[in-house]
Write a protein that binds this ligand. Structure first.
Ligand code: PLP
Length: 430
């Protein structure tokens, strides 16, 4: 230890792993992450199954929640148009702006926020996962983060990487990281935390419609959340990546529908699930001018500094696609896409219910959260993969509170979804 192994200039075939260790200490925060990132782990298990069963019928994925439908015509035209403009003298553009093109910021503010938000409060990016990581860089390692349990793994994993948590020790409850506030969200509390019994946190990650539970928070619940953040002097990071799936009248699609939210909340959002942009990469974060750190510094200033320093602006081609998304034709296409996935969700929900399972989500959300009646979620994941050749996601992958549940994703071609339902029915009816 401490001694650097000799390094040869050309890696020879005989070189073994130990020979290439450098003298750089591993970031101890990386070592605190207990497992690989959830979704690659699912892929690894799927591939291992295929390698062991080369004659298996094709596997159907109701897994990682990636969109499957092609990008609709008008929106695609926006992408093509901006790509073509780059080939002209007049239309060429290079770097910047780091915050996004002005037209897109204005259109997001007017079309998606009805003017609740000013264009200069909109920061366009390459996606909300990336923005969550950059938000951690802005918050630093001295904050305490709270998450819904279960939740999208990026909030916790990025908090761990940033150094907000302590190493796991024998006193740590199974699957948790000391230093994170886990807000239990399950059927017993209607998937909304008991805030009167929740310790204060600096930053509260809250996602509605939720991944993985499919639960949406009501106006009353979000009002409670905003009031709690105000009372405690906390910042909410509201993840609205699934907002367009909300069809029920009255359920808020944005935290800014709640009075007072502009003083306590950041909102991350993305075109990924709206328009099938998971591979295209386009998102945005709202940082209201009224939101200020304890010393009075506008949070917006620091966010702008982060974006200008380590992000060079979203792709100009892709932002053309974003503008097309927000034309009336684009919004219409988005609505059709969302309805397609919601029909899948309904099918999955009804199938699992008919098989006797209690299910949550699947309405106003693309995820169905199936109660496994006390069974282990990783065991059920393996059992379904081996018996029905369907990939699902174990609830435990989203935090300890997800144990005993399985997430099914409605992001699949209809035929695959129908066949998955048939296979699951055959499997569980036996
Ligand atoms: N937030 C939630 C809750 C998600 O489930 C996802 C992706 O699945 C994201 C953010 C990331 O979206 P993006 O593709 O914009 O990075």
């Amino acid at each position: 230890p401490g001694m650097r192994a000799p390094v040869s200039r050309v890696a020879g075939a005989q070189m073994v792993a130990a020979d290439i260790a450098v003298g750089v200490k591993r970031n101890p925060n990386m070592a605190k992450l207990q497992a690989g990132y959830l979704f690659p782990e699912i892929g690894r298990r799927r591939n291992a199954y295929l390698a062991a069963h080369p004659d298996s019928r094709p596997i159907i994925s109701l897994g990682i929640g990636d969109t499957t439908q092609p990008i609709p015509t008008h929106i695609l035209g926006g992408l093509e148009g901006s790509a073509k403009r780059l080939g002209t003298k007049e239309g060429y553009s290079g770097y910047g702006a780091e915050q996004g093109v002005g037209d897109l910021r204005a259109k997001i503010a007017s079309k998606l926020y009805n003017g609740l938000i000013e264009p200069e409060e909109v920061f366009v990016s390459d996606g909300s996962k990336c923005d969550i990581g950059r938000l951690q860089l802005m918050f630093g390692n001295a904050v305490v983060s709270a998450v819904q349990d279960p939740s999208y793994p990026v909030y916790v994993d990025s908090a761990v990487m940033m150094g907000q948590t302590r190493p796991v020790d024998s006193a740590t409850p199974q699957g948790q990281h000391p230093g994170i506030v886990y807000m239990a969200c399950n059927p017993s509390n209607n998937f909304f935390p008991d805030l009167s019994n929740t310790p204060r946190a600096d930053v509260i990650y809250f996602c509605s419609p939720n991944n993985p539970t499919g639960a949406t928070a009501s106006r009353e619940q979000l009002t409670q959340l905003v009031q709690w953040a105000k009372k405690n002097g906390s910042i909410i990071v509201f993840d609205a990546a699934y907002a367009p799936f909300i069809k029920s009248a009255g359920t808020p699609k944005s935290i800014y529908e709640i009075p007072g939210a502009k003083e306590v909340a950041i909102e991350v959002n993305s075109f990924s699930k709206y328009a099938g942009f998971t591979g295209v990469r386009l998102g945005w974060t709202i940082v209201p001018s009224a939101l200020k750190f304890a010393d009075g510094t506008p949070v917006r200033n620091d966010w702008n500094r982060v974006m200008c320093t380590i992000f060079n602006g979203a792709s100009n081609i892709v932002q053309g696609g974003g503008l097309a998304c927000l034309d009336d034709e684009g919004l219409e296409e988005i609505s059709t896409l969302i309805d397609y996935y919601l029909d899948n969700a309904k099918l999955l929900r009804e199938t699992m219910e008919a098989l006797g399972f209690t299910v949550h989500g699947g309405a106003d959300a693309p995820y169905i959260f199936v109660d496994l009646k006390g069974k282990s979620s990783w065991d059920m994941f393996s059992h379904i993969l081996e018996t029905a050749q369907v990939v699902t996601i174990p609830g435990a992958g989203f935090g300890p509170g997800g144990e005993g549940f399985l997430r099914l994703s409605a992001f699949a071609p209809r035929a695959a979804c129908v066949e998955a339902c048939e296979r699951l029915t055959a499997m569980f009816k036996q």
